[in-house]
Design a protein around this ligand. Structure first.
Ligand code: BDP
Length: 700
């Protein structure tokens, strides 16, 4: 018992010792100063009854203890039955209508005593309920007369870590990997538990530990044992471990001559490998695979299809209940075809050919995590295939960990898009949830923004993107604002005079960033090497930014209409027609689908050239406004994070102006238009902006 209490103390000490460094994320459990609320909570929470015994309920109990101790200064002993009023009772019940991960939080009379009961069919459901309850307290909600019922809409809610075995992270901007491969399995960093707590608190139930550009080494015994140690830490928190599988692993670590998916020795190799993995990790989630994409090996190397490749792995995992998440991010295979069309061309014809334990994972849009993309046309186009969503939480194309960009509006924009696949209202969310076609499996993945930085994500506000991804993966009906409010209250303060302005600029931040980077549907015009800073002029072997904007003396944008590449035809007719017609195409996607004359009259009354310039300028203005607002918030939160954010906003402003001035001058060299009156022309020449060196910390 003593040892137990000590470890509890140790956990809470570790999690809270860095005052306001950001390490505590949204699980700060700040002491409640308001005497009325505190008193009310104290009267409701006198006893803590834990009905079942399991590692997960132990974790739930520990979390309640950390939380209640932090917020109320109270240490509640673990009791096993209700004897008094004011008991918080946690435990499973049978046959509840909340599925395997859902829960209920109810104010209820037990043996004539007033209690709050958190229950689910499974321990992990109860754990999720506990985190919800703690959120109610952290945001100081009324905990009387509770009648809450929650159940996730998507089954697999997964983080994708693009972490390499050497410690670097592809497109990671918050330091190095948190997986200490060298010291695993012997040394279990406290961070692993805190990582699991944070994820469980938002309902994440899976993590892919390594990069999609995979090393076969991660499937060797040496690394499987290390991964198993992480799985052991995560298991009580309901988180399954997955690994990326390099398609050529049978050759590289198996000594075979081929990785042909139809070869008997290859089939056996993967079966044996799966059997081996499950010996170490009995609840292993499965494989994530990037194949025949950007130089990665795959089934097409042997003239086989993506379905042949995915099914090979699916068969190996099936006896153990594992799944294959097969990525649909492919291009360049069909030379000369518009890149935005290639994944659809490749995969649509394979609909219905994947095994039951395969999920096909396209990115949210058809190109590559750009600041704004229309939804991927594969959503809706493959009704017989379980389609899983891949979002990018790490801000590869949205200012790394320097720019404040709240991504919930981006995630929601995609999920609420109507595909019209089965008529009006067939949203991307419905397809991803699997309800549209009654699929067995459903999934959503987010490329993680987590690293070894003290605050996990580099920018303090980037934590909100991890948080929002989890909350939306659970239920995408929630609004970006309500999620941001919860996050702000738990992460910073409940002070309304802080929340109101901060919320406003969080909600506007993504659109503002689109404006100063790639307005009106522009995309892929960043520096092509680093993916940071403007590069509409950029050209490197194999890439030319011009292909993506096609600016010339007449206009700008890529013609993807029926007169051009006809990418619009990959959408269902109502959507295709809307995008195809210049008049009905939303201005957010104008230059994505159309090559538009510079003097085209926009709905605002301005001509396109002037509209474009205005977008760039108003994007930068908004960052300046954010800075001014932030300055006025001094003193409302801790100095550490206030100061960090102030500095980051200054960087963001500098870089937003770089984007604006470089892009506007470059596009001006085609449009020959003047900078509209009232806007201050860039102070330097285009050459100057083109020669600004890019930050060193890149993957190239
Ligand atoms: C691109 C990234 C690259 C990734 C690739 C992918 O630049 O580093 O490997 O996506 O998703 O956006 O596979």
């Amino acid at each position: 018992m003593k040892k137990y209490l000590f470890s509890l103390f140790f956990i809470s000490f570790c999690f809270c010792s860095y005052a306001e460094s950001g390490y505590d994320l949204w699980l700060r459990y700040k002491f409640i100063e308001n005497p009325v609320i505190k008193q009310r909570y104290l009267s409701e929470l006198k006893h803590l009854v834990v009905l079942n015994n399991s590692a997960t309920l132990k974790a739930a109990y520990q979390e309640l203890n950390i939380g209640i101790h932090g917020m109320l200064g109270l240490n509640l002993k673990r009791e096993s039955s209700v004897t008094k009023g004011g008991s918080l009772v946690i435990g499973t019940e049978s046959a509840m209508d909340v599925g395997t991960e859902g829960y209920k939080i109810t104010s209820i009379q037990i043996h004539n005593k007033n209690c709050i009961r958190i229950s689910g069919n499974t321990d992990v459901g109860v754990l999720y309920g506990v985190y919800h309850f703690l959120r109610l307290m952290q945001t100081q909600q009324d905990i009387r007369n509770l009648k809450l019922r929650e159940q996730p809409k998507i089954k697999l809610r997964v983080l994708n870590h693009w972490d390499n075995l050497n410690g670097t992270i592809e497109r990671g901007y918050a330091g190095y990997t948190i997986w200490d491969w060298q010291r695993l399995p012997g040394y279990l960093d406290q961070r692993y538990t805190d990582y699991a707590r944070a994820n469980a608190s938002i309902g994440i139930n899976g993590t892919v530990l390594n990069n999609v550009n995979a090393s076969a080494k991660s499937l060797t015994r040496e690394y499987l044992i290390k991964a198993a140690a992480l799985a052991d830490v995560f298991r009580p928190y309901g988180i399954k471990v997955y690994l990326t599988a390099r398609f050529s692993a049978p050759i590289e670590i198996g000594g075979l001559k081929t990785a042909d998916p139809l070869d008997a020795a290859v089939i056996k190799w993967w079966r044996d490998k799966a059997d081996e993995i499950y010996q170490y990790i009995p609840d292993f989630g499965g494989f994530l695979v990037k194949a025949n994409s950007e130089g990665q090996p795959g089934p097409q190397d042997y003239k086989r299809t993506h379905a042949d490749g995915a099914n090979l792995l699916a068969d190996a995992l099936a006896p153990h209940g594992g799944v294959v998440m097969w990525r649909a991010f492919v291009y360049e295979n069909i030379k000369g075809e518009d890149r935005s069309k290639q994944a659809y061309t490749e995969f649509k014809k394979l609909d219905g050919m994947f095994k039951k334990n395969v999920l096909l994972q396209p990115k949210n849009g058809p190109i590559d995590f750009q600041p704004r993309e229309p939804f991927h046309p594969l959503f809706g186009a493959m009704p017989k295939t379980q389609l899983m969503m891949e979002f990018q939480i790490t801000q590869e194309y949205l200012g790394f960990a320097t720019h404040l960009v709240y991504l919930a509006p981006l995630f929601k924009e995609t999920l609420t898009s109507d595909t019209y696949a089965a008529g009006k209202g067939t949203t991307v969310a419905k397809i991803v949830e699997g309800t549209q076609e009654q699929h067995q499996l459903s999934g959503i993945a987010g490329v993680a923004n987590i690293g070894s930085d003290l605050n996990w994500t580099g920018h303090p506000f980037a934590q909100a993107n991890w948080y929002a991804f989890g909350r939306l993966a659970w239920n995408s009906d929630q609004s970006s604002a309500s999620i941001a409010i919860d996050w702000l209250k738990m992460t910073f303060t409940l002070d309304r005079s802080f929340i109101a302005p901060t919320l406003q600029y969080m909600l506007n931040s993504r659109q503002n960033t689109v404006k100063y980077m790639m307005p009106l549907g522009l995309n892929h015009i960043m520096n092509l090497g680093t993916h940071y800073g403007p590069g509409p002029w950029d050209k490197i072997p194999g890439w030319n930014a011009h292909d993506y904007h096609q600016a010339d003396a007449i206009g700008i944008g890529v013609d993807r209409t029926s007169m051009g590449s006809n990418a619009v035809s990959q959408y269902f007719p109502s959507v295709a027609q809307r995008f195809n017609d210049l008049k009905t195409c939303p201005s957010d996607f104008l230059l994505w689908f159309h090559h538009v004359p510079w003097n085209y009259k926009m709905p605002s009354g301005r001509i396109l050239w002037e509209e474009l310039v205005h977008e760039y300028y108003s994007g930068v203005d908004s960052v300046q406004k954010m800075q001014r607002t932030w300055d006025q918030l001094s003193g409302k939160i801790d100095q550490e994070r206030f100061g960090q954010i102030k500095q980051l906003l200054a960087e963001q402003e500098r870089e937003a102006a770089w984007w604006r001035d470089g892009s506007v001058l470059y596009f001006q060299s085609f449009s020959k238009g003047a900078i509209p009156s009232g806007l201050k022309p860039p102070s330097k020449t285009l050459k100057h902006y083109q020669s600004i060196p890019f930050p060193d910390r890149t993957e190239e």
